[in-house]
Design a protein around this ligand. Structure first.
Ligand code: FAD
Length: 473
């Protein structure tokens, strides 16, 4: 009796507990992916998903169990496929977003009622959100004690090897991946994404080894410098489940033992990986934070409705070079460096007083690593409304942040080429450059590059006044 393995955010063969459990039954395996048109998926995520499914499909085909693609709602599709294949079991790896939890709970009940075995596994977290608990038994609200508690659980279970051979079922009808039209065509805007990324499990493993070989030792010092490629760039691979945090932990830990001088960089890297765990912990225990402020007083924040400024931010035309460089990096490559995500998000929420949800939505449309838990937690952290968030009154200054973290302006020059020839001293504040210097660099403010759309000092005062108001009320 075949086992259906329903792939979701675990698009890999190695360290895939649902797949391994299906193999262990000795039965035929039907690997399945369902595209639900009702689930929001940004443009960059659609592009990634296409590549990731193509890579998974070829890996499964090589092992002897071709991937079955179906489009629709799982609750409508699964009973039909179970009838078609005579499957007696459906296995999957758990997701932690509120809508996915609701779907999976209902499905499990329905399948069990039909006499079908439904089993779920943990493939994407080091520890389940309900297992990491404070001394009093509740969920964590602060990262550092969460991290202490999580890291005390190490060693984590060793990653499972990829199966070499799978017992596939007789050919089952599948959609054609190309017919899902996940790739942009008119226009094809994905050239920058293709140049920067390669979805799939093989590339995820390559990126991890490359990072451990070349960047891990100096990660703690270099991770905040967007002009360098000093971080792992594993985030989209992690989001789509092409690599697991257990695989990352095991490889990083082994490297730290083998190369002691890399150990402190690796410890700092694993702490960042744990921020992803913390975001998932939060979204699991406080599902309302997807839409509402985690700190309820922020629900009354007096956000402004300012479509022109929102558009300037989205296009990278705010007149603040570090913000614009970040927004243009995002548009061109589907990625933005973490330090710049914080600066650009702070600019939207505090300098422009635009609701963090508008920013989160834009990121979810344009990031290849768009991840509901990490993104909503990241935005709420910056907005000051999240768990263990930056205090609201700490407003990032885009000029001093640029000077500190991109001192030679390499990052700005790369993404805002119209400023490339500007002297270092003014690269983060072109409006203060002497006219002769601007002209020598070929810059006409307001024409070749925008003047600042707000005055940061005044915007900061306005933000602090708005914050004082909600505190009073
Ligand atoms: P590395 O520095 O190499 O870190 C390794 C891994 O740890 C990352 O791949 C990621 O999975 C995890 N990680 C690192 N930093 C964080 C963090 N602050 N929060 C949660 N996980 C972290 N990350 C996403 O994966 N998806 C998002 O949609 C997302 N949106 C964000 C929005 C805002 C406003 C902010 C401030 C941060 C957001 N992040 C998001 C977190 C972080 O910016 C990215 O995970 C990181 O930049 C990815 O680059 P990397 O893989 O090279 O990270």
């Amino acid at each position: 009796m075949p086992v259906i393995v329903w792939f979701r955010q675990d698009l890999r063969l190695a360290d895939n507990p649902a797949l391994a459990a299906a193999v262990a039954t000795g039965e035929e395996i039907v690997p399945l992916y369902i595209l639900d048109p009702g689930t929001p998926l940004g443009g960059a995520s659609r592009w990634w998903l296409h590549g990731s499914l193509a890579a998974l499909a070829s890996g499964l085909e090589r092992c002897g169990a071709p991937l079955v693609l179906r489009r629709g709602q799982a609750a409508d599709l699964l009973p039909g496929l179970i009838g078609e294949t005579k499957a007696r079991s459906v296995f999957w790896n758990r997701c932690y977003e509120p809508a996915a939890i609701a779907r999976d709970k209902a499905l499990k009940t329905a399948l069990v009622a039909q006499g079908v075995e439904a089993k779920s596994f943990n493939a994407s977290l080091l520890a389940e959100p309900w297992d990491v608990r404070t001394g009093s038994g509740g969920p964590y609200k602060v990262f550092t004690p969460f991290w202490r508690s999580l890291s005390a659980r190490a060693p984590f279970p060793s990653p499972l090897p990829a199966p070499k051979k799978l017992r596939g079922a007789a050919r089952i009808g599948s959609d054609d991946l190309a017919a899902w039209s996940l790739l942009p065509t008119k226009p094809d805007w994905a050239g920058g994404l293709r140049a920067a990324w390669k979805p799939g499990e093989t590339e995820a493993a390559r990126r991890l080894s490359h990072f451990l070989d070349t960047c891990a030792a100096r990660y703690a010092q270099a991770r905040d410098l967007p002009g360098l490629e000093a971080t792992s760039r594993l985030s989209p691979h992690l989001h789509f489940g092409e690599i697991s945090p257990r695989q990352i932990w095991a490889a990083a830990d082994a490297r730290a033992h083998a190369v002691p001088r890399a150990a402190s960089g690796i410890a700092s890297f694993l702490r960042e990986v744990a921020w992803r765990e913390f975001s998932h912990h939060l979204i699991y225990h406080w599902p309302g934070m997807v839409e509402r402020a985690w700190k309820p007083e922020f629900d009354d924040f007096p956000w402004t409705d300012d479509p022109a400024s929102l558009a300037a931010w989205q296009k990278g035309c705010t007149g603040y070079p570090i913000v614009d460089a970040g927004m243009r990096e995002l548009w061109a490559t589907g990625y933005m460096h973490n330090r710049v995500r914080m600066i650009a998000a702070s600019f939207l929420v505090k300098d422009l007083l635009i609701d963090w949800r508008r920013g989160a939505e834009w990121f979810e449309d344009t990031l290849v690593d768009a991840d509901l838990a990490n993104n909503r937690a990241g935005w709420q952290w910056v907005a000051g409304s999240g768990a263990d968030a930056a205090p609201y009154f700490r407003v990032f200054n885009p000029v001093t942040q640029g000077q500190k973290f991109d001192p030679a302006g390499d990052y700005v020059r790369r993404h805002v080429p119209e400023l490339a020839r500007l002297d270092n001293r003014f690269i983060h504040r072109p409006w203060e450059a002497p006219p002769a210097m601007l002209s020598e660099a070929g810059i006409v403010l307001g024409q070749t590059y925008p003047k600042p759309i707000v005055d940061h000092a005044r915007a900061r005062e306005r933000a602090l006044a708005a914050f004082a108001d909600i505190r009073k009320s």
